[in-house]
Write a protein that binds this ligand. Structure first.
Ligand SMILES: [Zn+2]
Length: 235
């Protein structure tokens, strides 16, 4: 979590300020009411399309279809320094998890780690911010930084084959043995695209002794909808 001036302003002062000074909705421009502290009016939040739980993909769950305002909200939170948006997003993810019946049986929540250099530049990991809200809402502990992205891991070249990309994603992550031993892990990320990041993290977690890993994301891209089933060791 970054602790600079803009972050402190948006997180603590902005919510107080808009109680006094009416602010426009970031989505439609309507004036926000005094209790609508999060930059979007209820109408805009409601316009975000939920993702339909797909029983053919039982190991992943998305709160939204990654398009329109669902995409805008994430991009604002990630790249325009709007960390206050992670809370309503995380609460929607927890609700989607309950709706899909995936909230039972987990013992630990973990976040897909950012690359250390990205974390250094941005100051926070969006997946971890979402994971903190989800863990709090589901009443589960949040894993520390025991799941890591390797610093010196080379990203696959643009022309790399599908298989090379899959192998690269598999070796990009490492999980500390002991932290996940015997645990059913709910893994959190912001967007699901090809699923290669999830499979990489999942391999690392299973290698570290996790008994099951499932994925909960804010948004699922159309590319993710055609992915295959991923077998679990147990669950
Ligand atoms: Zn609006």
């Amino acid at each position: 979590m970054r602790l600079n001036g803009p972050w402190l302003f948006r997180t603590f002062l902005y919510p107080v300020l808009v109680l006094v000074v009416p602010a426009p909705c970031s989505g439609c421009g309507d004036t926000l009411g005094p209790r609508q502290l999060l930059g979007y009016c209820p109408g805009c939040w409601d316009s975000i399309q939920p993702d339909r739980y797909n029983p053919h993909h039982p190991y992943q769950c998305a709160a939204t279809r990654y398009a329109g305002l669902a995409r805008t909200v994430l991009l604002e939170a990630k790249f325009r320094d709007r960390p206050e948006l992670f809370r309503p997003m995380g609460l929607r993810m927890a609700a989607a998890c309950r709706t899909a019946g995936l909230d039972r049986g987990f013992e630990l929540v973990a976040a897909v780690p950012s690359h250390p250099l990205t974390l250094f530049r941005r100051g926070y990991n969006p997946a971890r911010e979402l994971a903190r809200v989800v863990a709090g809402d589901l009443g589960l502990p949040l894993a520390g930084r025991a799941l890591r992205r390797k610093v010196l891991h080379m990203a696959p070249l643009k022309k790399a084959s599908r298989e090379d990309r899959r192998l690269a994603a598999r070796s990009a992550f490492t999980a500390r043995h002991g932290a996940f031993q015997g645990k059913r892990v709910l893994l959190i990320d912001d967007v699901l695209t090809t699923g290669s990041t999830f499979r990489g993290c999942r391999s690392a977690l299973l290698d570290a002794g996790a008994s099951a890993v499932r994925l909960l994301v804010w948004g699922r891209t159309p590319a993710a909808s055609s992915g295959g089933r991923w077998p679990e060791r147990h669950l």
